[in-house]
Design a binder for this molecule. Sequence first.
Ligand SMILES: [Zn+2]
Length: 470
Amino acid sequence: MVRKLKLALYPSLVVALLIWLCRASLGQGDADLEAPGLAPFPTTLAGDATTLFQNVRIFDGKSATLSAPSDVLVRGNTIERISAGPITVESNAKLRVIVASGRVLMPGLIDAHWHAFMAATPQLLLMTADPSYLHLLAARQAQATLMRGFTTIRDLGGPVFGLKRAIDEGVMIGPRIYPSGAFISQTSGHGDFRFAFEVPRTLGGPLSHSEVEGIAAIADSPDEVRLRAREQLRNGASQIKLMAGGGVASPYNPIESTQYTEPEIRAAVEAADNWGTYVTVHAYVPRAIRQAVAAGVKCIEHGHLIDEPTAKLLADKGIWWSLQPFTSDEDVLATLSPVSRKKALEVFAGTDNAYQLAKKYKVKTAFGTDVLFDAKIANRQGAILAKLVRWYTPAEALEMATADNGELMALSGFINPYPGKLGVVEEGALADLLLVDGDPLENIKLLEDPDKNLLIIMKDGTIYKNMLPN
Ligand SMILES: [Zn+2]
């Protein structure tokens, strides 16, 4: 009876929803979002404004040295002109001139392995709290992420499609998001966070909590993996994330385990490839990495326990290696279970070797932090980047977090949500820029304190922070 009623109501609900969606579209009713009496964001300029940076020294994302003193003109969301001589622009109401006095202008930072929904929220809360509350926390963290100078993140699992939309529409403040949607995992895989009693799963049966919320998608055959991958693409994923091997924080899989079979991974690869994009996989050990490569994935997340022939394989095949400087230090989650802690120590032991091999074979290496469940560690996003100087020069580390990561973002092909060049300061590139008080090529630790050292943060031509006196 109830079911019949629902069916009868359905068409009118759809019509009502469509009308509401049209009314709620961008640009209409924006005034309603602002609390009365609250001044608009003080340093924000509308996207159609023009900004002239006078007298900056540029780290362009690629060179090991700063440019000579230059002027940079940003019009709309694009870097229009860079000149070693002064640029003159007719002054008008929409022109903002930044007198930079020789300070360093660099590309906005890119984190290639981030979880906007989960980075700063404790795991227990994520598993139990009202989802609407969790989304508000994630939105708050997105703003903090941008204020750390990270203007783009590649999100490797979690429900962030709504957050991305709200940021892109200017409703909320945050970085550009390259979303994966739910990470796809086999039963007992790294994405299986169900309680012990939640098996057996019946095919087509009810979804577990993390699946309903869009964090994980559990799939156990090529057909199921294909379906789940297509669902993420349908909802706006710019790449697909699959769990292809054991992980640290998950309860039911040894770190050494290989997850999925080649045909299962290939099903996701085909779905992604048809959409012009790619699959990236979580994998630590050689066997898991090799199976994923054989199945056609284009990027490996982590890989800390790799061996030399497998590192060479990544280089030979031009596979991206998205590596994190996991080390046994203050940035380790205090709440890890004893089993997870043991697995974490195994991973840490591989970090140095992994970076050495990435360098030795010149594997295309991306920088990411993969912070989970801890606001304090999330706040150290820039400090985690600065750790790369154990293996790289500051210029190399910064290139990885800007130009190189920008190249990886573009791998999402014709569904790239932000077509245009990211991670570089060059004419025609998207205007994501940081003005630094000091020289990060000399002292990368400046990024450890973005509140103090990042004087200007611009994303898409809009200034979100400006500490320079006007
Ligand atoms: Zn991750």
